[in-house]
Design a protein around this ligand. Sequence first.
Ligand code: EPU
Length: 359
Amino acid sequence: MKARIQENVALSPLTTFGIGGPARYFVRAPVEDAVLEAIRFAVDRNLPIFVLGGGSNLLVADRGFPGLVIRVGITGIEWEMQRDQTIVRAGAGEDWDGLVKSCVDRELAGIECLSGIPGSVGGTPVQNVGAYGQEVSEVLVIVRAYDRKTDSLVELSREDCRFTYRTSLFNTTAKDRYVVLQVTYSLTQNGPPAIRYPEVQREFDSKTANPTLAEVREAVRCIRARKAMLLVEGDPDCRSAGSFFKNPILGESQFAALEAVLPGERVPRYPAAPGKVKTASGWLIERAGFSKGYSVGPAGLSTKHALALVNKGGATAEDVLRLAREIRNRVQEKFGVRLIPEPVFLGFDKEVTTEFFRY
Ligand code: EPU
């Protein structure tokens, strides 16, 4: 047996939120065979399965999870040069920011703006990780996964993954079907860094030379640190799941209606699919009356960013839900926009997930 199944393992230390009860069963799977073995264990016992990556985008219920949690710890990175591209194959358990650093160190362009994002490689296709104008879907070529439906190992192309903003096949239509084992990216050897957001550009205003990949990585890490979006051990301002709500994607007329209730304000707008506008949840939350640092007991908003709900110390999942509800309801009342959480909810009653994820 390659997979050692443990019982009643606390999940809170395995999440960046530091919240949640235990997993009934838990296994660390360092190789593919161990993942398959663990899945068989759960199937034989009719247990639900949850695949845990870096635990950075996750809210675990206080009562925990009654099934098997599989922590995919498959590591290893392979590099293959193909003309001006380098194909990078990384195990799902590799630390994401470690991979970004290795790529930047090798002058590979394509993920430098995704620096400083906590979590593992396996999680990147699931929520189509993105920041500062780059998304993993732009450079991802293959996801190797175990398909629970057909009981086979499969390779999914970028098209198969059906990526859009923070979404993919893995967190929508085929939720719980695939277990990501390895992700392949195609990066540009000696390519220029992406400087698509004014916020990143501003970091280089006083420089004359073109920024290098390493400088852009550093700039993004600095910006993230200022917003409490870079994990700093022991800093309660970062005890969060990053952005707690997705940024709303509105139709043009909905966006116009939002502007109408905020006269004189420049409502943030970012490009989205044709005919759509993405706006900023953090901005709406502040305009709804919740300033940074606002708190209800041990759960609050980060003092640096209104979109990060934080565990100030000893918060329960219920505390976080109470605060999230208050914010969601007030934003909806004031602006007619419904905020949908970004983190995965694990172990909650169906009513809770329906309440929070209903559009
Ligand atoms: N804003 C406020 N108050 C705040 C926070 C932000 O008014 O407390 C305003 C900002 O001034 C800006 C706008 O809201 O005008 C957007 O804020 P920011 O640039 O900080 O980015 P964001 O929309 O909050 C998104 C992603 C981040 C990603 C950044 C950079 C989502 C849900 N969040 O944040 O991703 O790093 O853009 O691209 O898409 C994550 O997904 O967990 C995450 C951190």
